[in-house]
Design a protein around this ligand. Structure first.
Ligand code: AMP
Ligand code: ZN
Length: 172
């Protein structure tokens, strides 16, 4: 086998030659053309802070292949993402000192970026101060916590992003 044929065979088996889309923000981050607060990276997976966090620590875990739908993701990437999810979730619970999380992957419905990604979102805490735009005053009850999920998210501040990324990375 010539070397290019061997390369092709290897790539077919492992998908390591990832496909990319120039218009995709996550492919831009993977290719290092866009900045991000990256907390974790291997040859198959990258994880970075969400630019519009629902709560501090909101992280996206992303396979390094431009694949829009989770249901089409090659198995080797699924395995790599699955392993990364629990590792990163553990680091986030340590960084936020909070055990409760939501892990969500939107496919089509509710999906803004057509490149598979899992959101790891620290849960709200009983007793959190409600966001300024809510009509609720005082500590949040369960209903107010759920309502607060839909309030306007604000862009990740640079210092807060650096600080949170360092906290997560130091636990990996
Ligand atoms: P979804 O609606 O599931 O597709 O979520 C896409 C997520 O990607 C949203 O939470 C966005 O805030 C986030 N996002 C979009 N562009 C970037 C970016 N350049 N860096 C970090 N997060 C991003
Ligand atoms: Zn992409």
């Amino acid at each position: 086998m010539t070397s290019f044929m061997i390369d092709e065979a290897v790539n077919k088996k492992t998908h390591l030659k990832w496909t990319s889309d120039d218009n995709c923000p996550f492919c831009g981050i993977i290719a290092n053309k866009r900045s991000s607060f990256t907390v974790f990276e291997t040859d198959m997976v990258i994880a970075f802070l969400d630019i519009l966090p629902i709560r501090p620590g909101h992280t996206l875990v992303v396979p390094k292949i431009h694949c829009p739908n989770l249901s089409d993701l090659p198995a080797d990437y699924s395995r790599a993402v699955g392993e990364a999810l629990s590792t990163i979730a553990n680091a986030i619970t340590g960084a936020t000192q909070h055990n409760d999380l939501n892990v969500v992957c939107n496919q089509g419905y509710g999906q803004a970026v057509p490149h598979v990604h899992f959101h790891i979102v620290p849960a709200p805490r009983f007793g959190d101060t409600p966001a300024p735009s809510t009509t609720t005053t005082g500590p949040m009850d369960h209903e107010a916590m759920v309502r607060s999920e839909y309030h306007r998210r604000t862009e990740l501040d640079d210092d807060a992003g650096k600080d949170m990324a360092n906290k997560i990375k130091s636990r990996l």
